[in-house]
Design a protein around this ligand. Structure first.
Ligand code: 5AD
Ligand code: SF4
Length: 448
């Protein structure tokens, strides 16, 4: 079971894209099939979009089930240990299907592919291709696309033509948080030139994209030729009708950016600012580079700039050395900041990180209790804040079209997730009254 509260961080993401309508490089009968499973963060979702374009160009039809696929691509996450366990489970299942002659080839990409463990996984499960995060272009050659080395770089739009798209503005991370494997598997920060980002956004919008999310591990650290993240955000917010960005780091987050969220009509008023802990002692041990007070000040600026906006965070419970007092300080910070949602993680030791070798590990039972205490505190705040939305009329952006029960999933300009009764298409807007609210989601009536 995932220990994240609501991130779906280790849940395979359902695929919505139709199979390719053309098969430029594919076999004449076009019968090859591929299944992509995505584990992990939005960066991985974005990488999967690039992978999807490659397999479609190579003439594969995309299928949802392993048993229907000639080729299976597992695009993986390495951030928490249970992510590796989950992937092992999938690899076991694929070994069985291969023995039965169904699945023919398996590729492992993404962060696990870049980690040391990948060699033993490849041997154990006889994986055909293992790729890290920097050489996904090799997958293009693997699926039969020649000379893709130059074409498939992070410069390419991931989801052109879709109603919403992720645009990578930076890769890697220059921080060295004690617990985090990302700098090892994604490398140091590389910022994408502003012209390239804005150019991509323009192309996407011209192709029908209504919602652009700027992506990176620490987007606020983005710099290019004297320009800072806020300049980039403002430039993009002039070009795209709806904009969001993630993930932010409290040390890089400028007040100017927080104010821009409130001021610019096209920016969704939602801030994801991971705090990890409310204790200065723990923040120091984690090498986060800020104190709780600085974090609180940032939140004050955000609440003032966007009073109706939503705030989410990441919290780790049970990092080695975490005492009861540290935990109490996290609970206090959670209450003070009144988060609208939080992704809460039980500490998971990652080989090769500093925290994996630290003494004073916290017993599982204590971690479990602290996790529930933080969760309860977050849900209490979120529920109370969501209740205040009941009775209001909201403009809702439809993210996922309606399911059998006639409800679509959308997002308000304040960044609240809403279930709304409508058959409006993804990418369009509807207006509806909020009828009720839970801790995670608002429920609207019929769209007007
Ligand atoms: N253990 C638990 N949580 C972790 N995260 C990153 N590494 C670990 C780890 N080793 C969490 C952090 C980060 C989020 C993406 O995942 O909270 O912000
Ligand atoms: Fe990991 Fe810290 Fe970088 Fe975030 S800022 S990706 S937690 S090292």
């Amino acid at each position: 079971m995932s220990s994240a509260t609501k991130s779906g961080a280790t849940t395979p993401i359902p695929l919505s894209r139709k199979p390719a309508e053309h098969a430029a490089f594919g076999p004449p009968d076009g019968t090859r099939t591929a299944c992509i499973r995505t584990f992990g963060c939005q960066m991985n979702v974005h990488d999967s979009d690039r992978i999807r374009r490659m397999i479609q160009d190579a003439g594969y039809a995309e299928v949802q089930r392993y048993e229907d696929a000639d080729l299976v691509i597992l695009n993986t996450c390495y951030v928490r240990e249970n992510a590796v366990d989950r992937v092992r489970g999938h690899l076991g299942e694929l070994t069985r299907l291969r023995r039965e002659g169904r699945v023919k080839r398996v590729a492992l990409t993404g962060c696990i592919g870049a980690a040391e463990e990948s060699a033993s996984l490849q041997k154990t499960y006889n994986i055909d291709l293992v790729l890290g995060t920097h050489n996904t272009y090799e997958l293009a050659e693997f699926v039969g696309l020649p000379t893709m080395r130059e074409t498939y770089t992070p410069e390419l739009p991931g989801t052109e033509g879709e109603h919403s798209a992720f645009v990578t503005i930076m890769t890697g991370c220059n921080y060295q948080c004690s617990y985090c494997i990302v700098p090892r598997v994604r490398g140091r920060m590389v910022c994408r030139p502003i012209g390239s980002v804005v150019g991509e956004v323009e192309r996407l919008v011209a192709g029908g994209t209504n919602y652009v999310t700027l992506l990176g591990q620490t987007v606020d650290a983005w710099r290019h030729e004297g320009k800072r993240f806020c300049d980039l955000l403002e430039a993009v917010s002039e070009k795209a009708p709806r904009v969001w960005f993630t993930t932010s780091h409290p040390s890089n987050m400028e007040d100017r950016t927080l104010r821009a969220i409130g001021e610019k009509d096209t920016i969704v008023k939602r801030l994801h600012l991971p705090v990890q802990s409310g204790s200065d002692r723990m923040l120091k041990l984690m090498h986060r580079g800020y104190k709780a007070e600085r974090y609180r000040r940032k939140i004050e600026v955000f609440r003032e700039a966007a009073p109706e906006g939503t705030l989410s965070t990441d919290i780790i419970v049970g990092h080695p050395g975490e005492t009861e007092e540290d935990h109490e300080q996290t609970l206090k910070l959670v209450a003070d900041c009144a988060f609208d949602s939080a992704y809460i993680f039980k500490f998971s030791p990652r080989r090769g990180t500093e925290a994996a070798d630290l003494p004073a590990t916290v017993p599982d039972a204590v971690v479990g209790r602290r996790f529930l205490e933080v969760l309860r505190q977050v849900e209490q705040n979120a529920f109370a804040r969501n209740q205040r939305k009941v009775g209001g009329i909201e403009e809702i952006y439809i993210r996922h079209g309606s399911t059998e029960d006639g409800r679509a999933i959308g997002e308000t300009w304040s960044g609240h997730a809403v279930h709304v009764r409508t058959d409006a298409a993804p990418g369009s807007y509807v207006e509806a009254e909020i009828e009720s609210a839970g801790p995670h989601v608002l429920y609207a009536g019929d769209a007007r």
